[in-house]
Design a binder for this molecule. Structure first.
Ligand code: ZN
Ligand code: FE
Length: 253
């Protein structure tokens, strides 16, 4: 069994401390900074076997070197980011498997936000760490890839089992919801709005969410639907044009 502990970092980042309860291995996904991760890990486990990075941006790797030095952790990342991820020890290619004890994480290459961005997906545990590719009710900005690549990447995630839990890199959900609701007002979004404010009032994360929930609410996963195309006056446009339009609107939102 995998247990996931959410640790808030920086302004609105989430790092995730993962514990394989049967083998007692401990890892952290995207340590934004040293101090909050160290505080949590020191008290609870007093070890850190692995550091997993979804991509090279500083708010996802900022804690790498200090944590590695203190805990002698192994740093895992994308083969494409071998030169950009601080302290990387093991580089994975698309579709390869990282064995976290008896739990397998499939590496899914998802270029778009950055060219080497990866997700860690466990089919047994029905969990995916999506970094800055897919957020709840949103997606990452397209910095290094093309819109085509980004939509292909999102479509890879869309195809995973619907009950898969998504753990993403930022708490952007409220702002993302406001954007989605400019164009759609379905029952799921209305319910979600209430749920999000309940969570945030209690200072609780709005993460994780399931893929099924996102399919009903996240407009960036709904670019292929006529109901969305119509709203944008793009009924005859293809998915990638709709996606680009939405992404541009969101960039200036
Ligand atoms: Zn990023
Ligand atoms: Fe980020």
């Amino acid at each position: 069994m995998l247990k996931v502990h959410t640790v808030k970092c920086l302004q609105d980042n989430y790092s995730y401390v993962i514990h394989n309860e049967s083998t007692n291995l401990v890892g952290v996904v995207d340590p934004s900074e040293f101090y909050p991760i160290d505080t949590f890990v020191k008290k609870k486990f007093n070890k850190l076997d692995y550091i997993l990075n979804t991509h090279h941006h500083f708010d996802h790797t900022g804690g790498n070197l200090e944590l590695k030095e203190k805990y002698k952790s192994q740093i895992i990342g994308s083969k494409k980011d071998e030169k950009r991820i601080p302290g990387i020890d093991i580089a994975f290619r698309d579709n390869e498997t990282f064995k976290f004890g008896n739990i397998n994480f499939k590496i899914i290459l998802v270029p778009g936000h950055t060219s080497g961005h990866i997700c860690f997906f466990s089919n047994e545990e029905k969990i995916i760490f999506t970094g800055d590719t897919l957020f709840s009710l949103g997606c990452g900005r397209v910095f290094e890839g093309t819109y085509n690549q980004m939509i292909d990447s999102l479509n890879l995630i869309k195809k995973l089992p619907g009950d898969t839990l998504i753990y993403c890199g930022h708490e952007y959900t409220k702002k993302n919801l406001e954007f989605c609701m400019q164009y759609e007002n379905n029952e799921f979004l209305i319910k979600k709005k209430k749920w999000i404010s309940d969570r945030l009032i209690k200072n609780l994360p709005t993460i994780p969410v399931t893929i099924n929930e996102e399919l009903q609410t996240n407009i960036f996963l709904r670019c292929d639907l006529d109901i969305v195309k119509k709203k944008l006056n793009m009924l005859n446009a293809d998915e990638v044009s709709v996606f680009k339009k939405l992404r541009d609107l969101k960039d200036s939102y």
